[in-house]
Ligand binder design. Structure first.
Ligand code: FES
Ligand SMILES: [Fe+2]
Length: 370
């Protein structure tokens, strides 16, 4: 699926057998972002599909996240639907109850299952590697592989620090984009399309400096990449002069950052007062489910007027994010339509499309040869 310049072949965006191979290889060996700890209360469980695997997440007695196959060990019923559910895991079919370690603890007509009573651990839910860094929960489907810290490289410290002030999900939406997941991610990795696609959003106002400071790309990690773009000095002044009202937030920086944490997560933030977290789930060759959350952070010393100002800044941010997302959905659909017909690999611009090239290299690296 590569040509001599390490570009991903159009087949990789449209062939169902390629999609299957991705699920069995790349999505199997990578650490996948699953969700946020703050969404997972102590006595709740969470259904999520990563790659082609249905998972159930819950916290154990120590509060650590654990990931299990979402399949009952009695007669294979799906244990829960996607999303958050209160209370312990109870199978909808015959009401077996599983504890926080995945052990079957409540079995109606228990005397009929002496083998389970004798060795319940043999009937424990199938478990996968699961770790959190700060608020972010990751799962690795393969039994063997690098630790989360080694896998994430310097993104580990970023996620840890960003989590320090994370407080609550302020906005959330899930939408299906009619394009391959790689199209959607590649689109988020370049600003070259902005003047053509986002004239009505970014073209207007986005708080980014239009001065000489172009965005700076960080491409050292073989898997992940990020950019930093200096904030407009006027915006920084505005925040500084409002500080007496809005107070301080835990990690304030003076730029916009966009992070691609391979393969299924992007995190963006402007100045650290909120974090926009998107998970990309490939549901079919030409369909991607995007789960988008904006997480607010804790402010200290804000006045009532300041709290209102923050509320307003968040609301404007959510409206902006949704408009930009709708514009991107539209163009990704067109890119997919083109890819269905394409006979050549893409051409990538030097500099402006370096993060797309970086993603394609990381992708090819993670895919074993057919
Ligand atoms: S299939 Fe789950 S309790 Fe029977
Ligand atoms: Fe865009």
């Amino acid at each position: 699926m590569t040509d001599s310049t390490h570009r991903v072949n159009p087949e990789a965006y449209r062939a169902p057998e390629h999609h299957l191979r991705e699920s069995q290889t790349l999505f199997h060996t990578s650490w996948l972002f699953a969700g946020l700890l703050l969404e997972l209360e102590a006595k709740a469980h969470y259904g999520v599909r990563l790659g082609d695997t249905e998972l159930l997440l819950q916290r154990d007695k120590q509060g650590r996240p654990r990931a299990f196959l979402n399949v009952c060990t009695h007669r294979q019923a799906q244990l829960c639907e996607p999303g958050v559910h209160a209370g312990p895991v109870r199978c909808p079919y015959h009401s077996w109850v599983f504890d926080q370690e995945g052990m079957p603890t409540g079995i109606p007509c228990r005397q009929a299952f002496p083998q389970v009573t004798a060795s319940p651990e043999k009937f424990r839910l199938t478990e996968f590697a699961c770790e959190a860094v700060g608020q972010s929960i990751f799962v690795r489907l393969a039994a063997e592989g690098p630790s989360l810290r080694a896998y994430l490289g310097n993104q580990y410290a970023f996620l840890e620090r960003a989590s320090a002030g994370m407080h609550s999900v302020q906005d959330e939406f899930q939408e299906e984009v009619h394009a391959n997941w790689k199209v959607v991610i590649e689109n988020s990795l370049e600003g070259y399309h902005v003047p053509a696609v986002h004239t009505r959003t970014f073209g207007q106002i986005d708080g980014m400096s239009r001065e000489e400071q172009a965005p700076v790309f960080f491409l050292d990690d073989p898997r992940h990449s990020y950019l930093e773009h200096a904030a407009d000095p006027d915006w920084i002044r505005r925040f500084t002069s409002a500080e007496r009202k809005i107070g301080q937030w835990p990690w304030r920086f003076e730029h916009y950052t966009h992070r691609m944490i391979f393969p299924n997560l992007t995190v963006t933030s402007f100045m650290g007062y909120s974090f926009h977290i998107q998970r990309f789930d490939p549901v079919a060759t030409n369909r991607t489910r995007v789960h988008s959350r904006t997480v607010g952070v804790q402010f200290a010393n804000s006045t009532a007027v300041g709290a209102k100002m923050i509320e307003r800044i968040y609301a404007d941010g959510h409206a902006f994010t949704r408009r930009v997302f709708a514009e991107d959905c539209g163009i990704c659909r067109r890119v997919q339509a083109g890819l269905e017909q394409a006979t050549r690999t893409a051409v990538l611009g030097i500099g402006i499309e370096d993060r797309v090239a970086h993603f394609q290299r990381a992708y090819l690296q993670a895919m074993p040869p057919a």
